[in-house]
Design a protein. Structure first.
Length: 146
């Protein structure tokens, strides 16, 4: 199933008190989130689900909250991002393996097929006009066959 949203992460700064940080995108299960914190020296640590934090709102369209087990220190950064597995849940029939080769091979031949508009004399004959024998002194070279 595809997830149609462009927002896939939220970033916040800790204040030493807050433990709950919202995420504003859809996830299907709690493990679809990756939570990282960066200290004041920009050292990044990946937090562990159910050890360092818990998740609410999995499966809802509007998102939920990441709740830390202890408050995020003042000035530290937290990044909450969606990390969905790349799977194809729909089985598609295999296509002919050389489709690309055949398209490039037969395309030039298809372009060379004559079109009626390329040959106006024969087109005029087909609609019962004689384009080969214009009337003398006539500006219009077509005469109607009766």
């Amino acid at each position: 199933m595809t997830v149609s949203t462009e927002v896939d992460h939220n970033d916040y700064t800790g204040n030493g008190v807050t433990t709950s940080f919202p995420y504003t995108f859809r996830i299907f299960k709690k493990s679809d989130l990756t939570v990282q914190v960066a200290d004041l020296n920009e050292n990044i640590t990946v937090l562990t689900l159910d050890t360092d934090y818990s998740v609410t709102g999995a499966g809802t369209y509007s998102g939920g909250n990441v709740v830390l087990m202890s408050p995020l220190a003042n000035g530290w950064q937290i990044s909450i991002s969606r990390d969905l597995p790349v799977t194809q849940e729909t089985g598609f029939a295999p296509i002919f393996p050389d489709t690309c080769y055949h398209l490039t091979h037969y395309w030039p031949a298809a372009v060379d097929i004559p079109v009626a508009s390329d040959n106006p004399v024969h087109y005029a004959d087909a609609i019962r006009y004689n384009a080969r024998t214009p009337l003398q002194g006539s500006l219009l070279p077509l005469t109607r066959l009766v």
